[in-house]
Write a protein that binds this ligand. Structure first.
Ligand SMILES: NC(=O)c1ccc[n+]([C@@H]2O[C@H](COP(=O)([O-])OP(=O)(O)OC[C@H]3O[C@@H](n4cnc5c(N)ncnc54)[C@H](OP(=O)(O)O)[C@@H]3O)[C@@H](O)[C@H]2O)c1
Length: 264
């Protein structure tokens, strides 16, 4: 029997799609989660916490490939450190990591930068830990997923007047990122591979506006300017990859499908 693939973050938005695709490709999947779950035919759950390292030695036991999708707003460097520590010297042959476009280009130097864009610094920290792990590795940087973008604009639309920063995004279908990640996981370790980004760049005002129209809401929009070096880099497009606009599905199509049946 072939060894299972360890999938961290397999209960998350991206991870659930990666898990389905790995199973469709005939792989046995072992999902790491902080919560307890029942185990199915092609899927095994292990309980552990990457932030503390608890349960991670058991999670990596007997796996040749790890797809590391677990992440949160803070501390992804520490999670990668604990994962790499457990995965070293136990026969892991491929560590695949999902990072974010802009991880290297967005300077997080001040307290203001860290408060708003600390996520990018923690993704860069994690990238470096993966690259220097001594394990064969692949890292893919993606732009913001449609699902996350929808969560953000939905939250913003709860306000009667919406403060909208002058930044742009190039969101991508989460399923397309999952497909690429699985392709990489089933291939050879490739280091830092070309970014994956959505088909079009949108102003934040356009993303909010399209959500308001699709959900039949009316709100006032108030442009705001974010302070700090990181915000300036984002205003200049450090979070975009226009030359890697390889995603096919459009934000409009995604919104129509998500909101078309009257759900908001
Ligand atoms: N969302 C985006 O727009 C975007 C863009 C580029 C890259 N990425 C990256 O893609 C990855 C997946 O993002 P997502 O939006 O799908 O995330 P998500 O839906 O928020 O899911 C997060 C996952 O991480 C796991 N997790 C969090 N902390 C953990 C811990 N301490 N120990 C073990 N597992 C932990 C959670 O598992 P349990 O709750 O079951 O423990 C969950 O499965 C992340 O690395 C993220 O940085 C995201």
């Amino acid at each position: 029997m072939t060894s299972p693939i360890l999938l961290t973050g397999g209960t998350g938005t991206l991870g659930r799609l990666v898990s389905g695709r790995l199973q469709n490709a005939g792989c046995r999947v072992r999902v790491l989660s902080r919560a307890r779950h029942g185990t199915g035919d092609d899927m095994e759950f292990v309980t552990g916490d990457l932030a503390t390292g608890q349960g991670i030695d058991a999670a990596v036991n007997g796996v040749a490939t790890i797809v590391h999708c677990a992440g949160s707003a803070k501390g992804d460097g520490d999670k990668a450190r604990n994962l790499v520590r457990a995965a070293s010297g136990v026969g892991v042959q491929h560590l695949v990591y999902i990072s974010v476009v802009g991880a290297e280009q967005i300077p997080v130097v001040s307290r203001v930068d860290r408060a708003m864009f600390g996520y990018f610094a923690s993704k860069l920290d994690a990238e470096r830990i993966v690259a220097h792990s001594g394990l064969p590795w692949t890292t893919l940087r993606a732009t913001q997923f449609f699902d996350s973008m929808l969560m953000v604009v939905r939250q913003m639309a709860k306000m009667p007047v919406i403060p909208v920063p002058g930044v742009r995004f190039q969101p991508i279908d989460t399923g397309e990122v999952a497909t690429r990640l699985v392709e990489l996981a089933l291939g050879k370790p490739s280091g830092l591979v070309p970014d994956i980004a959505g088909p079009r760049v949108y102003g934040m005002d356009e993303l909010v506006g399209s959500y308001l129209r699709a959900s039949h809401r009316r709100r006032l929009i108030m442009p705001v300017r974010l302070p700090g070096k990181a915000a300036r880099a984002v205003r200049d497009g450090a979070n975009l990859a226009p030359d890697r606009a390889v995603g096919h599905r459009t934000w409009e199509d995604f919104l129509a499908q998500r909101l078309g049946s009257g759900r908001t």
